[in-house]
Design a protein around this ligand. Structure first.
Ligand code: 4AD
Length: 472
């Protein structure tokens, strides 16, 4: 049997990407073995060409087979193990090809029934087939992009002496105070168990309500008070009902927090450095951007140019600019901009796409618009915070200095109508060796959307969840 011809080794056999990036000198005696899925088959009179990919890279590898050695069930989507010689290709478009000696079809795939056909498939169809979606070239490229972005993030933070830490998913508070938390309880204490509402708190698994985290920030602050510089990438959950192309109910947030920082501009600086470093490292662009008209890609390239600092402007100035435009333009905005009102998505996009033409940090929002933990500015009206707005996405990052003065913090907790007893531990951090500190949170799917040109964050995560949609 074919499989016996390949003696098992203690290490994993090379992937197609590994083979192609450092091909061994080949001779007719030098054989390679690889496994993957058939992406296309072209049967000709004297030869069969099949592209095989194991997902390790975008291109895959062309396999060349003799017609009489081509199994009838070698079809698009079938999984195979192939043995042959890797040789330089005379054909266009590839450096190497595999001259196949033996092929095993491990898993057949009926080409008539297989939902993942070669032609471009509608987005909705792929959402309905989320379990098969990763088999499309675009989705696989997006997943590899997530992976390479993460690796460059880790190496950037390592170089800055940040520690990668893990924070809880189950929490007792709503960090953002936005009321978008999912509450968690064991199945046995659900309303159908026949308990009265009063008895439900007593029967809570943790003796108090538990929620899925909306942000790791508060826990990160506790760890930054020991390790100085920490970051995490964590799933976050928000019972967000908006059906937009930038909101998910479950998304991943990169959050960093560090001690001994006095100016919100310094937090912006770290965010800018982090992002420029990532933008330089991306690898899957060619595939992901092929359908774009180039506008978004040019704006992204402009943003990643070293030595060109990103614009910063205060919320107050941003509102003035928005008002000027609203008053002078025939079209204006749907929502009238006014100091003290939240910036709407249309405002955010106008600021980054029209006014600035690139990423812009909007700083020092009114305290009434922001969560309780942000450090109060001396003007008594605003807080030391920022949102980073980027073209075609809007808000990508939110961050701030944190209120490190316990009396100010307690006052803010009260002003926001929060229960003091629930934040006792958080106030404690300010009682014992408090430090000026700050940090930020970056929506990972929005970053992938910005970097790839994929328009909706639902296509920037393998198995998206949003209101009324959780298929698997
Ligand atoms: O602005 P947000 O709500 O900030 C925080 O949660 C802070 N505690 C973070 C921190 O300072 N450590 O969220 C941060 C980012 C947003 O800028 C956005 O990119 C992303 O998280 N985000 C979402 N992404 C997808 N779907 C959602 N429903 C999102 N909500 C926020």
């Amino acid at each position: 049997m074919l499989l016996r011809r390949f003696a098992s080794t203690s290490t994993l056999p090379p992937t197609i990407r590994q083979l192609l990036s450092s091909p061994q000198p080949t001779s007719p005696e030098t054989k390679v073995q690889l496994s993957g899925w058939i992406k296309s088959v072209r049967r000709q009179k004297n030869v069969t060409f099949a592209v095989i990919n194991d997902g390790s890279c975008a291109s895959g590898l062309q396999a060349v087979l003799k017609p009489d050695a081509t199994p009838h069930n070698l079809t698009n989507g079938a999984s195979v193990r192939i043995c042959g010689n890797l040789v330089q290709s005379l054909g266009r478009g590839q450096l190497y090809e595999l001259h196949v000696e033996a092929v095993d079809v491990l898993g057949e795939c009926n080409p008539e029934a297989y939902p993942i056909q070669k032609q471009a498939l509608p987005v909705e169809f792929l959402r309905d087939n989320a379990h098969l979606r990763a088999r499309t070239d675009i989705s696989a490229a997006m997943l590899r992009l997530r992976d390479s972005v993460l690796r460059s993030l880790h190496s950037y933070y390592e170089a800055q002496d940040f520690h990668y830490v893990h924070t809880p998913i189950l929490t007792s508070n709503d960090c953002e105070g936005g009321g978008e938390t999912f509450r968690v309880s064991p199945v046995s204490s659900s309303p159908s168990s026949g308990q009265s509402p009063d008895s439900s708190v007593q029967s809570e698994f943790f003796s108090k309500p538990a929620y899925l985290t909306v942000s790791s920030q508060l826990h990160l602050e506790a760890l930054a008070a020991s390790l100085s510089r920490v970051y995490t990438l964590s799933p976050c959950f928000r019972a967000e009902r908006s059906q937009t192309n930038r909101h998910l109910a479950e998304f991943w947030m990169l959050e960093a927090e560090w001690a001994f920082i006095d100016h919100v501009g310094d937090v912006c600086h770290v965010v800018e450095e982090t992002l420029k470093n990532i933008l330089r490292c991306q690898s899957e662009n060619a595939l992901l951007w092929k359908d774009g008209d180039g506008t978004k890609l040019r704006s992204l390239e402009h943003a990643s140019r070293p030595g060109v600092p990103w614009t910063r402007m205060s919320y107050t100035d941003a509102v003035k600019e928005l008002q000027k435009y609203h008053a002078s333009s025939r079209v204006g905005f749907e929502f009238e901009p006014a100091w003290g009102r939240a910036l709407q998505s249309e405002h955010e996009r106008w600021l980054s796409e029209q006014l600035v033409g690139g990423p812009v940090f909007v700083t020092d929002y009114p305290s009434s618009l922001k969560p309780f933990y942000m450090r109060a500015n001396d003007d008594g009206q605003t807080v030391a915070c920022f949102d980073l707005l980027v073209p075609f996405i809007g808000e990508l990052v939110g961050g701030s200095l944190r209120e490190e003065r316990s009396s100010h913090l307690v006052e803010a907790i009260q002003r926001h109508g929060l229960k003091e007893e629930e934040y006792g531990w958080y106030v404690d951090l300010r009682k014992y060796g408090s430090t000026p500190h700050g940090g930020y949170g970056l929506g990972f799917e929005r970053l992938i959307s910005w970097m790839s040109g994929i328009e909706n964050v639902r296509e920037c995560i393998a198995m998206p969840r949003w209101a009324k949609r959780m298929l698997l």
